[in-house]
Design a protein around this ligand. Structure first.
Ligand code: ADP
Ligand code: ADP
Length: 226
């Protein structure tokens, strides 16, 4: 069974822009899937529609056996990491990580546990009391990932999470993301406009253009090399 099944999915903005256009896509359980394509082709909108941050104009979004097309974002079991990480500047790292649990009114202890357990594996253990402004770009990215992990989501959506890092950090973050995904067996959809990044990370790649999928396959299928 597919982890994410999109059928005839369209997303139309109030100004009439059809950013996702009758798109069909099936993403496997545990897959590391890259969405590639030029700026404006609909990658971010597609992720946001899967996450429930945009409403589908038509078609369906299913996660496993659940049709979540009309399910609100917080109840989909999907975690999204935004391009700019969207951390709360006035909160500490620990508070940022625990935020999804606070929203669900989890106990203080559960919030502390989540912050401690997710941060340890991400090299953030010593930084829990800092604020985002006191962290490097790479560290902020890890906090955003830790926050996504704290949601115990089964599906992780990453919107160009490496684009704000310098070349060296980006390489490190790639290796790190790949390992994380392998260890946790998370289904991960990764948006990028960088071919090399898609090649390095993805089990399969979809190339988008104008709200549709133009090409779909393994890196070898799409680029003619592994
Ligand atoms: P990508 O992530 O591939 O750069 P987007 O999903 O951001 O593409 O954008 C797809 C199309 O939808 C573009 O034409 C963009 O201008 C438009 N778009 C994105 N967000 C909005 C919005 N909030 N309102 C109206 N149009 C939007
Ligand atoms: P990306 O290419 O990474 O998806 P953009 O720079 O295109 O991001 O868009 C940044 C923000 O502006 C997003 O929140 C997007 O929803 C919004 N946006 C993009 N295009 C439009 C548009 N035509 N009208 C209104 N908002 C837009």
């Amino acid at each position: 069974m597919a982890a994410i099944e999109l059928t005839g999915l369209s997303t139309v903005y109030p100004n009439g822009v059809r950013a996702v256009d009758e798109l069909d896509l099936s993403i496997h359980d545990g897959e590391f899937f890259a969405l590639l394509g030029p700026s404006g082709c609909g990658k971010t909108t597609l992720l946001r529609t899967v996450a429930g941050l945009e409403q589908a104009a038509s078609g369906t979004v299913a996660l496993g056996e659940r049709d979540v097309t009309r399910t609100e974002a917080g109840k989909r079991g999907v975690a999204m990491v935004f391009q700019d990480y969207a951390l709360f500047p006035h909160m500490t790292v620990a508070q940022n990580i625990a935020y999804p649990l606070r929203v669900r009114r989890a106990s203080k202890q559960a919030q502390r546990d989540a912050a401690e357990s997710t941060s340890a594996g991400l090299g953030l253990a010593g930084l829990l009391e800092r604020r985002p402004g006191q962290l490097s770009g790479g560290q902020q990215q890890r906090v955003a990932l830790a926050r996504a992990m704290a949601m115990s989501a089964e599906v992780l959506l990453l919107d160009e999470p490496l684009s704000n890092l310098d070349a060296r950090l980006r390489l490190e973050a790639r290796t790190f993301l790949k390992r994380l995904q392998r260890d946790l067996g998370l289904t991960t959809v990764f948006v990028t406009h960088d071919q090399a990044e898609a090649l390095a990370l993805a089990d399969r790649i979809a190339v988008m253009a104008e709200g549709r999928i133009r090409q779909l396959g393994t890196p070898k299928d799409v680029f003619g090399r592994p």
